[in-house]
Design a protein around this ligand. Structure first.
Ligand SMILES: Nc1ncnc2c1ncn2[C@@H]1O[C@H](COP(=O)(O)OP(=O)(O)OP(=O)(O)O)[C@@H](O)[C@H]1O
Length: 478
């Protein structure tokens, strides 16, 4: 492999014998190695190189390696550092890990373990770079928040189906539990369709009062009913030349379903209070988080409408059936939350990722996204450990996870003793307020009036604040 393509390891140790030994060994393992005998050489190297891993001595000349680690990570939070210690006290290792070290090794190093650590660091380095590149590219295109991330077999099948159905004008019924990403799938179909420049109009039946459903979808004429003081185009008309996404279709008023069926067959609409027939050119996508056959049996979904909508079904699997996506999604959400909230948080410990991967996520991707945002806001350091994960999620790990957690729990014990919701000392008032509202919603099981009572605020005030902080109360319903 050409020299420049080999992963770089920087060795920062003032003991020339150790540096030399590491250089020889690591080079024979196929890595590129640069040594820094002192801090000024190290800073010069870090100014120009981007190592996969920095091996840093805990006692580095006259410098305290753990302190230096802190300042290096403040300058470059993405730097991955493994500490070398001849003075192998667990306290130093714990302090280093709390400061954000990736790993620690006692001297003389176990080279097998070192090789594993370096490969691990390379994987993380690569993953971060990949996510960063993709996010940058997507932000440039204005769609960063809308990417459907996933690398599990389940999501690959969904992606293939999206690619197949998108260029057609076929009606697609997207099925999956709440929070699995059905709306993102609908947007992905629209963006890959023949009408990406047209509007994408989502209509959520569950969020709409029954009496407004018809005029919301089909529009109304001036004077059609009390309060209709001007002509209003409905979503079906607004979606002309684009895509209409009917979310939570099982919540649509049963009488209106006949009207919707006619619209699907004829692609024409009539505004409420008008006899004029208007032709519209829309692609229709629908979604439900319920079993559609069950909705039909319950008489909540017309059978003929179901068959019309179900031309092509796309099943989005629950997150617990595609656990391979969890580390990637968690990392994407962490990087977004860190930049949105301006927090210097850069990653998870392996144990934390393992705990997240083992959990069943009844609220699916939405629950994971919200949890990561909260953890990022509250994180006192650059790395998220198991101690930062709420006990109800970390509570029942598999035996392998439980065993591998011991050191980390020691390293985060201070944090954990204050509970995962301890606020960092630098939290702004907004963050504190946002977190207090979230905590109240968690305790009230998503019930806003109960949360308002706990907070000693009026309901209207809480609703205003939910809007301000983009909090959705139903995300906290268990
Ligand atoms: N694969 C994914 N990659 C990135 N973000 C995702 C993914 N899936 C879901 N999300 C995020 O999770 C949240 C919930 O997704 P979405 O609203 O699409 O779910 P849904 O299935 O439509 O939920 P509901 O049934 O409650 O309407 C959104 O913030 C979305 O951006």
């Amino acid at each position: 492999m050409p020299d420049g393509n080999r992963p770089l390891v920087i060795v920062a140790d003032d003991d020339v014998n150790i540096s030399r030994l590491l250089e020889v060994k690591l080079t024979s393992m196929g890595f590129r190695v640069l040594s820094a005998e002192n801090k000024s050489i190290l800073l010069d190297l870090l100014a120009t190189e981007s190592p996969a891993l920095l091996l840093l001595d805990v006692v580095y000349g006259e410098h305290d390696g753990v302190e230096l680690l802190g300042s290096l990570l403040r300058q470059n939070p993405a730097l991955q550092v493994a500490m070398l210690t001849a003075h192998g006290t667990i306290d130093t290792a714990v302090a280093a890990i709390k400061q954000g070290a990736f790993e620690y090794l006692t001297k003389p190093p176990d080279f097998h373990r070192l090789e594993v650590i370096i490969h691990h660091a390379i994987e993380k380095h690569e993953m971060r770079r990949r996510i960063k590149d993709l996010e940058a590219e997507l932000v440039e295109r204005g769609g960063g928040q809308r990417t459907l991330w996933g690398e599990s077999e389940g999501m690959k099948r969904v992606a293939e189906l999206i690619d197949t159905v998108s260029p057609t004008d076929a009606t697609v019924l997207i099925l999956g539990e709440s929070g699995t990403g059905k709306e993102l799938v609908a947007r992905a179909i629209h963006e890959r369709s023949r009408r990406p420049k047209g509007p994408f109009v989502p209509v959520n039946m569950a969020a709409m009062p029954r009496e407004l459903m018809e005029s919301t979808i089909f529009g109304h004429e001036k004077g059609a009913f009390t309060g209709a003081d001007q002509v209003q185009r409905g979503c079906a008309e607004v979606a002309h030349k684009g895509t209409l996404f009917l979310d939570e279709i099982g919540e649509l008023d049963i009488e209106l379903q006949a009207k919707l069926l006619r619209f699907l067959q004829e692609r024409t609409i009539q505004r409420v209070g008008s006899s004029k027939i208007i032709s519209v050119d829309v692609r229709i996508l629908a979604a439900t988080n319920r079993e559609p056959e069950q909705l039909v049996r319950e008489g909540r979904l017309r059978e003929d409408l179901y068959y019309r909508l179900n031309v092509i079904p796309v099943h989005v699997p629950p997150l617990r059936d595609r656990r391979a996506d969890i580390p990637l999604l968690a990392t994407v959400f962490l990087s977004r939350a860190a930049s949105r909230n301006k927090r210097p948080v850069t990653g998870f410990t392996d144990e934390a990722l393992e705990v997240l991967t083992e959990y069943d996520w009844p609220g699916n991707v939405r629950q994971l996204e919200h949890l990561i945002e909260r953890i990022v806001i509250l994180s006192p350091g650059p790395t998220i450990g198991v101690g930062a994960i709420p006990p109800e999620i970390a509570a029942s790990p598999s035996p392998s996870v439980a065993n591998s957690r011991s050191l980390e729990q020691a390293s985060t014990s201070n944090h954990a003793s204050g509970g995962p919701w301890t606020l960092p000392s630098r939290a702004s008032m907004d963050e504190i307020e946002k977190q207090a509202i979230i905590n109240a919603l968690i305790h009230s099981n998503g019930n806003v009036s109960e949360a308002a009572r706990t907070l000693g605020l009026g309901q209207a005030t809480v609703y205003r604040k939910l809007k301000r902080y983009a909090i959705t109360a139903r995300d906290y319903v268990n």
